[in-house]
Structures are given as C-alpha cells and as structure tokens.
Design a protein. Structure first.
Ligand code: SF4
Length: 311
C-alpha cells in the first residue's frame, strides 16, 4: 500500500496564532488562563494546552472575576465582551483576523442600511459570533431555502462563514442571487479552507480511500471529507490511528490522507506510521506563507519550548 499525503494540510495561520496566544498568555500571566470555547476545534490541541494550565469554559459567566481569558479563534458575539467587562476579566482576543474581517463587513453593510445575509451553519461557533455583530438573516445551505422573511426593494450584502464548502456555498449564493440579482457577494471562505479543499479534491482523484485527520466538530475537516466523497471515493474523518478500521483498507493500494486547519501534524504522522505504507507520496505542494500578527500585549513575550504549534 502507498500513502498519498495532500499539501497544504493541517494548521492554518489563524490556528497557529490562536494556540500561540494561549501559550504566550500562560508564560506571561501564569496558569490558569481561561479559554472561552475550545481555542480551536481539536481535542488534542485543547488537551495539550490544558496540561499546561489552560481551562476551557463555554460561558463567560462561569469564569472567575478578574481572571485572564482568551477568546477562541472562531470569534465571539459582543455579548461575550460585555459579560467579560462586567466580570472585570482581562480578555486577550484570539479571533482569527479573517473572521474579524467578516464581522467588520457585517457592521459596515448594516450601517449602510443593507440587508445582510450570512451563509453559514446554524449553531457553529463562528456563526454565533458573526450573527451577533449586526442584524442579519442566516441561510444554512443544509436546510430548505427559507420561503419567508425576504424583503424586496432592499439592497442586499451576502457574507459567508470562512470554513464552508466552496462548491455548496456557490450553490447557496446562486439561490440568493435568484431573489436578489444585484446583491453584493463577498467571498469570505478563507485561503486555508479553499487550499485544503482543492488539495483534497486532487487527492481523491488519485486514491481509493481518503482519511481526513481531525475532529468531528471541526467544520473544515467535515468539508474536506465531503469534497473527497463528491469525487466518488469513501472518506472517513478520524482523530487518529485508534479510530481506523482495517476493514476499510482491504484490496486498497492507494490511501489518501489530509487534515483540517486545526489538526496537529503529529496525528497525521501517527496515522501514516500505523498504516506502514511501502512509500509516502506527497501531492499538491501549494506553499502557504501567511502569518498573522499577535495581539500587542503579547508581541514581546517569549514562547516556551515544546510548543503545541511546533508539532
Ligand atoms: S480556517 Fe481560515 S478563518 Fe479559520 S482560523 Fe484558519 S485561517 Fe482563520
């Protein structure tokens, strides 16, 4: 059996920044550092940071008065910042700058009096954060197109969650454009999501089965699995080698592997090792040279050795 490894895969710039922020906050302020929501959607990343003194908490109200808290990469609604102020928390914001850009677009279009439509998945943390920024209508493309609540004679701006399927989002946007041909459409699907989906598509064309390494609650990992399935190959989303079923590989000579934007590379390497392939073939190879600056208060801090991002 040969393993085909897709590139790019794994950590994006927003995840590297978010994990670095927690590690730098721990180094600067000492544990515990609270993290509102999972810093990124991967249980291994969360567990590694918790072993160093991070405490993941879902509701701001449950964080002790005056504590240091990092808000997760997915973005948070203004109500969370208000709650943090009331509790005198020291907030360090790890919202990915590409998510912040969507928040700013939402506020701008709402200020201009436009009807904002967000294409996104109901209940996802990023969507909770974005819908809190301004009045808007959510269109979850997995559901029926909503038949009511569509005003006519208004200007419309369409925004999207950053981690959606490129293909499904295009369909959703064209549904909206049937109602509002003059709608302003922003493409907010981020570079990391787009690049990993393109690589997964190429991977699926070359292989007989695709393994996506990552967490079940990771939006971009789920989209990678769907991209591979759309190319006609079976695809499984697994956290690591323990979740593999060797029945999947009967008669299979070419296994494709990729990973989502929140998956540490060590998990990909553990799966490759468990498969014990005759050879590992690297495909794709699109370089990503994007980095995001840290919050000002952490820029001069030193990262400790043995960092999660360094995997
Ligand atoms: S997946 Fe995209 S939007 Fe999300 S953290 Fe990474 S770069 Fe930012």
């Amino acid at each position: 059996m040969d393993v085909y490894l897709a590139s790019p895969r794994g950590f994006c710039a927003g995840v590297v920044r978010a994990v670095d922020i927690v590690e730098l906050a721990l180094a600067k302020f000492g544990p515990p550092v609270y993290v509102k929501h999972q810093i990124v959607h991967n249980p291994h990343v969360v567990a590694d940071l918790e072993a160093k003194g991070a405490r993941t908490i879902e509701h701001v109200e449950d964080i002790p008065h005056g504590a240091v808290v990092v808000f997760s990469a997915h973005g948070s609604p203004p109500s969370d910042y208000d709650a943090a102020r009331k509790q005198n928390l020291h907030v360090i914001d790890a919202t990915c700058p590409l998510v912040t850009r969507v928040h700013n677009e939402a506020k701008k279009y709402a200020r201009e009096g436009k009807q904002v439509i967000l294409v996104g998945h109901r209940g996802h943390q990023e969507v909770i954060g974005t819908t809190g920024q301004a009045p808007m209508t959510l269109f979850d493309e997995r559901e029926e197109f909503p038949s009511d609540g569509w005003k006519q004679g208004v200007e419309v701006a369409v925004l999207t969650q950053t981690t959606l399927s490129v293909r499904d989002t295009a369909k959703a946007v064209s549904e909206i454009q049937k109602r509002y041909p003059a709608a302003i459409v922003r493409n907010d699907i981020c570079y990391a999501t787009t690049n990993r989906q393109e690589a997964a598509q190429e991977l699926a064309k070359l292989t007989q089965i695709v393994l996506v390494i990552g967490a079940q609650n990771s939006s971009n990992c789920n989209r990678l699995r769907e991209v591979a399935i759309a190319e006609g190959v079976p695809a499984y989303l697994i956290n690591g080698p323990d979740e593999m079923n060797m029945e999947w590989f009967k008669g299979v000579k070419r296994v494709g592997i990729t990973s989502g934007a929140s998956t540490p590379e060590k998990l990909v390497q553990a799966v490759v090792k468990a498969l014990g392939p005759a050879s590992v073939i690297h495909i794709g190879g699109g370089e990503e040279n994007i980095t995001f600056t840290l919050p000002r208060e952490l820029r001069d801090s030193q990262k400790p050795a043995n960092t999660v991002s360094g995997d």
